[in-house]
Design a protein around this ligand. Structure first.
Ligand SMILES: [Zn+2]
Length: 240
């Protein structure tokens, strides 16, 4: 095989794996982001339950205050009833007492209702905190996994870059420029195999003359349709 062609096939393989690093890192971080989103969701849920409890406690203390005021009022009404002079006055006092008692009942009911609500929210928060513990643990586990995977990718990247540098230093400058020029528009498909006598970059059939040149591997051959560099895949030799 042409020495330059061999180098370019190798270089294109290296460039392909370099391009693959970005998406690989992204996909690894995706798992962490999903776990973090879940974790934050539970945290927000807990916060909103805690806000509801705070609000309920405020309402409860207002009712307790009101209840204390009503109790004072009832005591006063009892005192007044002892020194009442006319039946009309007595009736007015009685009406006032009834209203105060009704309001006390209502305040008591509210206090009880709010208490039950707070208890139920406490229970839900407890459950949510258990969920949070599990999800935070998951986040940490993924972080640890990612640290290993990212470090492995980083190491791999370094090796690939060193490999590329080493290879590029050996490639003829003209050949390299030729490759880079095609790569600008062809990207990962600068060097493509020929399969079933078709260019695997543009998928057009190549004529017999070009095809035989590709098979000979004596020169660098480009696709007459798209201009990509062509090569004959080794494993295809037995099939065709
Ligand atoms: Zn082509």
């Amino acid at each position: 095989m042409n020495k330059y062609l061999k180098q370019l096939i190798e270089l294109s393989e290296i460039d392909k794996s370099i391009d693959g690093f970005g998406p690989r890192v992204e996909s690894i971080k995706k798992a962490l982001n999903v776990a973090l989103e879940k974790d934050n969701g539970i945290k927000k849920e807990i916060e909103s339950f805690e806000d509801e409890i705070k609000e309920a406690k405020l309402k409860r203390s207002k009712n307790e205050l009101h209840l204390a005021e009503l109790s004072e009022k009832l005591k006063e009404l009892t005192k007044k009833a002892a020194i009442v002079k006319t039946a009309r006055e007595a009736k007015a006092l009685q009406l006032e007492e009834e209203i105060a008692k009704e309001q006390s009942d209502f305040a008591n009911e509210e206090i009880e209702r709010l208490g039950k609500f707070i208890d139920s929210r406490d229970l839900i928060i407890e459950e949510a905190k258990e969920k949070l513990e599990a999800s935070s643990k998951e986040v940490e586990e993924i972080r640890a996994d990612i640290a290993d995977e990212l470090a492995a990718i980083e190491k791999e990247k370094e090796e690939v870059y060193n490999h590329k540098q080493n290879l590029v230093s050996k490639i003829d400058q003209k050949i390299l420029t030729f490759y880079e020029k095609i790569k600008k528009w062809a990207g990962n498909t600068t060097v493509v195999p020929v399969r079933k006598q078709a260019c695997y970059g543009c998928f057009m059939r190549i004529n017999d003359k070009v095809y035989s040149a590709v098979i000979k591997e004596e020169d660098i051959v480009t696709c007459p349709h798209c201009g990509r560099i062509l090569y004959k895949e080794k494993q295809q030799e037995n099939e065709e």
